[in-house]
Ligand binder design. Structure first.
Ligand code: ADP
Ligand code: MG
Length: 350
């Protein structure tokens, strides 16, 4: 596994030798000072898009971030991966689908009752375009916030026609309304900690699932149930959906347990697990209190650089994705939409 610090150090040193002007006053030897290292890492993250943009995906990627366990890092990963993708040049839309509205908070987006939100698009008649808000993190990052109204949506949706397809239709309509140069490259959906109708909408809306797994006891408990649900959705509602990414979160290198869990997850899921691991890092947990992601709150922290590394790996896996037969989404680059069919035979490539 490449250590993000190591990788940054060598690429920073390369930058230094090729350019006379730099944020640092000295040569490469100064990187050995922890403060200089951190300052350079911060500069690197904040001026990311100019230096080292992430690759554009071959089509729009709608990624559902799901795990019915609470506190495993779904929201933290959605927010920080979203900010990283945007800072590194990719247009990204975060959809907050948890009534708690934690992703909205971390992106500095208002989500008090009455704020136009995802509820209005799911249960009401608003289009997604009417409930999209800018974020404080990046002009390339937009957010559809969740208000507490969403807590009632699980029940209200029961009587709505095509209730499982509401979010998918909303996203498709939103993308089609936009000119190609404004279409998102990435749509990230932050799920609530349950397997109810909201998560079901997110699984029907997504092309792929990213499961954050906390490197702790019981990490794998309940995962079978989630995987079964994803299988059911694939069989009956969304033939294109599959788990494409596992992200290990809250890794504490001081404990043997964290390594054991990480090994177990890698043995089980193989290449689906991103090489980058998110460490337990206090700056990550402080950031939302300031309405920020860790990348903007403390860009040089290990939490920040790990999320950048994870986002880069995620983006690198998006450059030659197979087309989605059943999707109605046009490519972010203006590629023509692929056939819009609601029922096609399963074409799972796993
Ligand atoms: N890498 C991390 N280091 C430290 N704390 C973290 C980290 N990731 C998440 N947390 C904290 O753990 C708690 C649960 O994370 P969260 O993303 O809200 O989980 P979920 O959305 O799955 O319920 C939050 O308080 C968050 O700030
Ligand atoms: Mg959450």
């Amino acid at each position: 596994m490449t250590d993000p610090g190591e990788r940054l150090r060598s690429s920073l040193a390369a930058d230094q030798s090729s350019s006379a002007s730099s944020a640092s006053s000295g040569g490469a030897a100064d990187f050995d000072s922890p403060i200089a290292m951190e300052a350079l890492r911060a500069t690197r993250v904040l001026h990311a898009a100019d230096q080292d943009p992430f690759p554009v995906p071959s089509r729009i990627r709608v990624i559902t971030i799901a795990n019915q366990k609470g506190g495993v890092g779904k929201t933290t990963s959605t927010v920080n991966l979203g900010v990283a993708l945007a800072l590194y040049g990719l247009r990204t839309l975060v959809i907050d689908l948890d009534p708690q509205g934690n992703a909205s908070t971390a992106l500095g987006v208002e989500h008090t009752v009455g704020t136009p939100s995802v509820y209005d698009a799911l249960v009401g008649d608003n289009s997604l375009g009417e409930v999209v808000h800018p974020t404080t993190a990046s002009p390339k990052l937009l957010c559809v916030p969740a208000t507490i109204d969403l807590a009632g949506a699980e029940i209200e949706l029961v009587s709505v026609v095509a209730r499982e397809h509401r979010l998918r239709r909303a996203i498709e309509a939103y993308v089609h309304e936009l000119p190609p140069e404004q279409r998102p490259h990435y749509v990230l959906i932050d799920c609530p900690p349950s397997l109810g109708l909201l998560t079901l909408n997110a699984l029907v809306a997504g092309d792929e699932v990213l499961i954050p797994i906390q490197c702790e006891y019981y990490a794998l408990e309940g995962l079978g149930q989630l995987l079964n649900n994803i299988d059911l959705v694939r069989q009956h509602l969304n033939p294109g959906i599959s788990v494409r990414t596992i992200l290990l979160t809250m890794y504490d290198g001081r404990t043997k347990l964290a390594d054991q869990v990480a090994d177990e997850v890698r043995n089980h899921f193989g290449d689906l697990v991103l090489p980058a691991v998110i460490p337990r890092n206090v700056r990550v947990s402080e950031a939302p209190g300031y309405g920020q992601s860790v990348l903007t709150y403390d860009p040089g922290s290990r939490g920040s650089t790990s999320y950048v590394e994870a986002a880069r790996q995620l983006a690198e896996r998006g450059v030659d994705l197979p087309p989605l037969e059943r999707s109605g989404l046009a490519g972010a680059n203006g590629a023509p939409p692929v056939t819009a069919q609601s029922t096609v035979s399963a074409q799972d490539s796993q």
